[in-house]
Ligand binder design. Structure first.
Ligand code: ADP
Length: 352
């Protein structure tokens, strides 16, 4: 009420009004020393440390309105950080005890201001993240519908043309189109899975048997395995219950796909499940070139490809495996297989 009356008298809004810090002024003393100050001539102080006519008018009007003679300023502190200053006028003489009470109040008010500022910052960060997640969703939608469908159509037409083509040159060109379109499709599918996993969206879990998961994963690689005459052996008897999302099938098919891809023809990929405390430890071993120690962590990063040996890939497969396993509170890593090759290990908690 008093503020509104004052604003009416002086003709401008007090809230949001900028005040410069004058050398030697009371306000400057509070800011520099982070201590309370008291004056017995508040009007003189207010008038002397500003060259703004409007502020001088404010000081005069405030004094007439309140009849204040004494004045006091204190810092608004959030811990050791100064977040503002507070001042008041008084008709009665102000004492050191009043100043101490003002300082205590300033410490509490400072913390509240700091909390409110932090909250405002968090809120704006949250809005930004939400906005960028929306963009990501939009991008995934574009990838899945507007890019994947035409790529699928191109592949279909090229396959049809290839089946009716006899000329070797044209057959070669069509095969190249099909192979490259496959690469594009792989990249779109992998990138959209990874974007979904990284969006922070929670996955839904249901009770599954790891043996069935592995069977389905291996089934997805059977064409490639047949082509390379690779034997995929699942060495696991009994039940291996986990709480999992169907994406777990994608994780293991990526590992088995790599094991077949990077191994020579006529080799063997062995999958084992073992109990380790409260976890299942699933290993996928191959007879490929192995992974040098210095790349054992890096291969799980996006787009990181090491010794490719002419093998085609997107460099996203292992990043997806790692993310899926992390969503299941598990971990994954790679070790050397004795006698050559790699063993990729996934550790996930057992279902209770
Ligand atoms: P991509 O296979 O598409 O290149 P991945 O993320 O699946 O991408 O693998 C990353 C890299 O890790 C591969 O490029 C390859 O160098 C290496 N790698 C993955 N699996 C194996 C494996 N079983 N044996 C040898 N190297 C592998």
């Amino acid at each position: 009420m008093a503020a509104r009356k004052l604003e009416k008298l002086i003709g401008f809004k007090v809230k949001g009004y900028d005040v410069s810090l004058y050398e030697g002024s009371l306000l400057k003393e509070v800011v520099d020393n982070k201590k309370a100050v008291i004056t017995d001539d508040i009007i003189w102080v207010l008038k002397s440390y500003t060259n703004k006519k409007s502020l001088q008018k404010l000081a005069k009007t405030a004094a007439e309105l309140t009849k204040a003679k004494w004045g006091m300023g204190a810092p608004l502190m959030a811990g050791n950080k100064l977040v503002g200053v507070i001042g008041c006028g008084s008709i009665k003489k102000l004492t050191k005890a009043d100043a101490q009470r003002f300082v205590n109040f300033g410490a509490q008010a400072g913390q509240s201001i700091e909390r409110a500022q932090t909250y405002a910052k968090l809120e704006s960060a949250y809005k930004e993240v939400k906005h960028s997640n929306k963009l990501k969703d939009l991008f995934i939608d574009i990838m899945r519908h507007d890019l994947l469908n035409p790529a699928g159509v191109t592949k279909g037409i090229a396959e049809l043309a290839l089946s009716e083509e006899d000329e070797p040159d044209k057959k070669e060109a069509l095969t190249m189109i099909i192979n490259n379109t496959n690469k594009v499709i792989d990249l779109i599918e992998n990138a959209s899975i990874l974007a979904k996993l990284e969006s922070g969206e929670d996955l839904k879990f249901k009770k599954m048997d790891l043996r069935n998961v592995l069977k389905k994963s291996a089934g997805e690689i059977s064409d490639l395995a047949d082509k390379k005459r690779t034997k995929i052996k699942v060495d696991a008897k009994g039940e291996f219950k986990v709480m999992a999302n169907p994406l777990m099938i994608v994780a293991f098919s990526n590992l088995i796909d790599n094991a077949v891809k990077y191994s020579p023809h006529d080799s063997e990929v062995v999958i084992e499940i073992k109990k380790d405390g409260q976890n299942w430890k699933i290993s996928v071993s191959d007879e490929g070139p192995g992974i040098p120690d210095e790349y054992k962590e890096a291969v799980f990063e996006r787009f990181r490809r090491v010794k490719k040996g002419g093998v085609k890939g997107t460099g996203l497969g292992l990043a997806i495996v790692k993310k899926i396993v992390e969503h299941h509170n598990g971990r994954t890593w790679v070790e050397d297989k004795s006698g050559g090759g790699s063993t990729f290990i996934v550790e996930i908690p057992m279902a209770r």
